[in-house]
Design a protein. Structure first.
Length: 94
């Protein structure tokens, strides 16, 4: 029942990794397709990452689907943590 409270009414979420110029990556999660979310970041505006807007190269990895926001948020954190342990500079990945 706990997960039901946080189910995303917009459908399943995916975690995505964007390569940035300079060798960094950005980790995020979205109910959109990762490619559409990347295009949103590139256009800029509220709720987008300036790092992706200015330095984004493209989506290089995805995971999911996750059927609750809690599961997606946990996967986002774990993905960012794993990349950091591998020596990658990660932006995002709350």
């Amino acid at each position: 029942m706990g997960n039901r409270k946080r189910e995303n009414p917009n459908g399943p979420r995916r975690v995505y990794v964007v390569a940035l110029r300079g060798g960094d990556v950005y980790v995020g999660q979205t109910a959109l397709s990762p490619e559409e979310r990347y295009r949103q970041h590139r256009r800029g505006g509220m709720g987008t990452s300036r790092d992706v807007q200015e330095r984004g190269i493209g989506v290089v990895g995805t995971a999911g689907p996750y059927y609750s926001e809690e599961a997606a948020e946990q996967a986002e954190r774990e993905t960012a943590r794993a990349l950091r342990r591998a020596g990658v500079r990660v932006l995002g990945g709350h």
